[in-house]
Structures are given as C-alpha cells and as structure tokens.
Write a protein that binds this ligand. Sequence first.
Ligand code: 5GP
Length: 193
Amino acid sequence: MGTKEMTLHRGHLFIISAPSGAGKTTLSRAIRKRFTDMLYSVSYTTRSPRKGEKDGVDYHFISKEAFKKDIETDRWSEWAEVHGNYYGTSAEFIEKGLSSGRDILLDIDVQGTIQILKRHPDSVTVFVLPPSMDTLRQRLEMRGTESKTVLNRRLENAKKEMAHKNLYRHVIVNDQLLSAIEELISIIERYRL
Ligand code: 5GP
C-alpha cells in the first residue's frame, strides 16, 4: 500500500491521574514498557528534581520565570500550580504526536485533565485511587522524600483530587500493583484495537 492510500488516523490521548503516592509513576512506567510505540509526554515543572530523577526523562526542569513566560506564549496545552510549583504539558508535543497517528500517555493532575478535556474531549481518562487514606500516608512516609509540611500538603491535595474522580471515564484502585497494571493494560487495549 502506498503512503497516499494509508488512512491517517489521529492517535488516542490517554490520561492517568492519581494523588501522589497512589503509585501512578510505577503504573505509567509499566504502561510505557508494555506499549513501546506509545509516546509519553514528559511534563515541564518548576519543582526541584528528586533523588534519581533525570532532566528530560522524568520531567523537563525549568525555572519559574521561563514557565511563566511560556504561559503568555501559549506553549502549554494545560498547566497547573500543584503544591506551590508549576507543571505543564507542551501543546506542540501533543499536537504533533496525535496528528501523526501516535497514541500518547499523559500523567497529569485533575486541574490539567479538565483543561485537556476541553481541547481533546475524546481523551481516555483513568483515575488511580489508593486503597485508603492510611495506605496513602504510609506510602508517602516510606518514600521519605518530603518534609512533614509537604507531606501533609500532599495528603490534603489528595483528598481534593479524589473528590473529582467522577470526571474520569475509568477508576482503578491500586491495591495490588500487579492487578492494577493488568487492569490498566486492558483498559488501554480496548481503545487501541
Ligand atoms: P510530583 O511532584 O509528585 O511529580 O507531581 C505532583 C503532581 O503534579 C501529580 O499529581 C502529577 O500528576 C502532577 N503533574 C505532573 N506533571 C503535570 C503536568 O504536566 N500538568 C499537570 N496539570 N499536572 C502535572
């Protein structure tokens, strides 16, 4: 089949949201490993890198000044202020990816999802819940990367985010990691078929 005869379809946009500590990073890594042809949107953030995080891989780490300038020039297809830092998704990355037919995975918060849904109402949205608030607290404490104040702020924020879970098409509970991964894979496969 020549290139001209190929139907150019737009890719699917998959969005995963979860309060921090619910295991979203682990889940989204598993998804990227399973669907290697899917693009992953690396977010931009003004927060400092955590131990082991790499610039350009986990996030693009940029200054607050640069981020704010980019709000003015419409560089972000969505952005949010979370826990006192800015986070954003590159509009160019999303547009280029989808129009070339690639599926994209986004790992963003509730505020960002609401904005993306305005531009891309067909997005497949998944909310990951922790089994309980106690488990969430324990997971955050075990991670040990945040001070007590930051940890409490994250827990407060988690409660607020969880109140919006009904905005999402799919909700999964990350009780057993392996079954949560399986569930997520089967949701994604349904749309990719
Ligand atoms: P963390 O600092 O723990 O990596 O992320 C904190 C929160 O920011 C998480 O809820 C995460 O989903 C959200 N986040 C990460 N990247 C983006 C982004 O590009 N846009 C939005 N709106 N939220 C993001």
